[in-house]
Design a protein around this ligand. Structure first.
Ligand code: UFG
Length: 339
């Protein structure tokens, strides 16, 4: 059972490759290393004992992608992570985001159709819901106008997939992630943002280890119990396991319709201050932070209704917030000690 994982050296991709290999799948990684390092392949091998096949190229390159698929027509499925994902950067460089995230998807769909590769799992985001009218948010909630070009690429990608499936024999599952954090228990793979982190948890751990001076908490005047914004944080290994469940569902022909959408969250919302407190509790470190103004484009609060995923996929996120922040800290310390 051979599965292509695009973006397989990235944060969620690498954890998913590990879970796939541990459940007996053969994996092929395609990544252009634009936001990851080739050394991740060694770490995957160290964890699983199996070295995934790795091809370094850009999926925006139509000819290279077509050539890849013609050589791997025996693929049973594709998990497509490879994409740019920084909200702020997408506002500065919208064309870069549209070209990268959409053209690569179209090249993959074309390769699937030409080579009869039937199954696609797509990395989507809860960003498609914007600020939902009702919480927790279910898959039936309306799609709101995107706050950023990045968010728009996720919305458009879901539409491109849905339209393509309607006119072909392909199947797809879009997984709408809430906020993935934490790292593999081995501390051999984890989140490794290049440059200054945009996301909360890597900024916390980099501040605690001394790489950043101070965490800025973006806003304490939201309409939430402590005034800081609320998210549904999910452990990256729980998230990775959902991808294996999704690909098995497709291969086992258990889908109820050719394009399915699932929320991947825990159903629990935590504020920024609650995440900081959890980090301080599990690490024993005092975090240097200060409250600043809101960050443009942030929603106030969002957390998932995971009932549909739990029932249909038979999957559930298991890790607690403390387990998530502890694993992020363990990874940060282990990674820096190896440098
Ligand atoms: N935050 C801070 N300080 C920081 C970084 C983040 O206070 O230095 C706050 C944010 O304002 C937000 C929360 O921490 O309230 C979480 O922020 P992240 O940047 O970690 O995550 P987001 O919820 O903004 O973004 C995530 C994904 C995006 C996706 C979005 C959809 O990273 O890819 O969810 O809501 F688009």
């Amino acid at each position: 059972m051979k599965i292509l994982v695009t973006g397989g050296t990235g944060y969620i991709g690498s954890h998913t490759v590990v879970e796939l290999q541990q459940q007996g799948f053969t994996t092929v990684i395609v990544d252009n290393l634009s936001n990851s390092q080739a050394g991740v392949i060694d770490s995957i091998e160290a964890i699983t004992g199996i070295r995934p096949v790795f091809e370094q190229f850009d999926l925006v390159d139509r000819e290279r992608t077509a050539d890849f698929f013609s050589r791997h027509a025996d693929l049973k499925g594709i998990i497509h992570f490879a994409a740019y994902k920084a909200v702020g950067e997408s506002v500065e460089k919208p064309l870069m985001y549209y070209r990268n995230n959409l053209v690569s998807l179209m090249n993959i769909l074309e390769g699937m159709m030409l080579n009869n590769i039937p199954n696609l799992v797509f990395s989507s985001s809860c960003t498609v819901y914007g600020q939902p009218d009702e919480l927790p948010v279910s898959e039936l909630a309306p799609i709101k106008k995107a706050e950023s070009p990045y968010g728009n690429t996720k919305q458009i990608s879901e539409e491109v997939i849905s339209d393509t499936i309607r006119s072909s024999k392909l199947n797809a599952i879009a997984l709408r992630y809430f906020n993935p954090i934490g790292a593999h228990d081995s501390a051999l793979i984890g989140e490794l943002p290049l440059g200054v982190p945009n996301n909360l948890v890597p900024f916390i751990t980099q501040t605690a280890i001394g790489l950043r001076q101070q965490l800025s908490v973006f806003g304490d005047d939201y309409n939430t119990p402590d005034g800081t914004a609320i998210r549904d944080y999910i452990h990256v290994v729980d998230l990775a396991q959902a991808h294996v469940v999704a690909i098995k569902r497709m291969i086992g022909q258990q889908m109820k319709k050719p394009f399915e959408v699932f929320n991947l969250g825990t159903g629990n919302g935590y504020s920024v201050l609650e995440v900081i407190r959890s980090f301080e509790r599990v690490s024993g470190e005092k975090l240097n932070y200060r409250i600043v103004g809101r960050r443009a484009g942030d929603v106030e609060q969002v957390w998932a209704n995971p009932a549909f995923s739990n029932n249909e996929l038979g999957w559930k996120a298991l890790k607690s917030l403390d387990e998530m922040t502890a694993s992020a800290w363990k990874w940060e310390k282990a990674y820096r000690s190896r440098q």
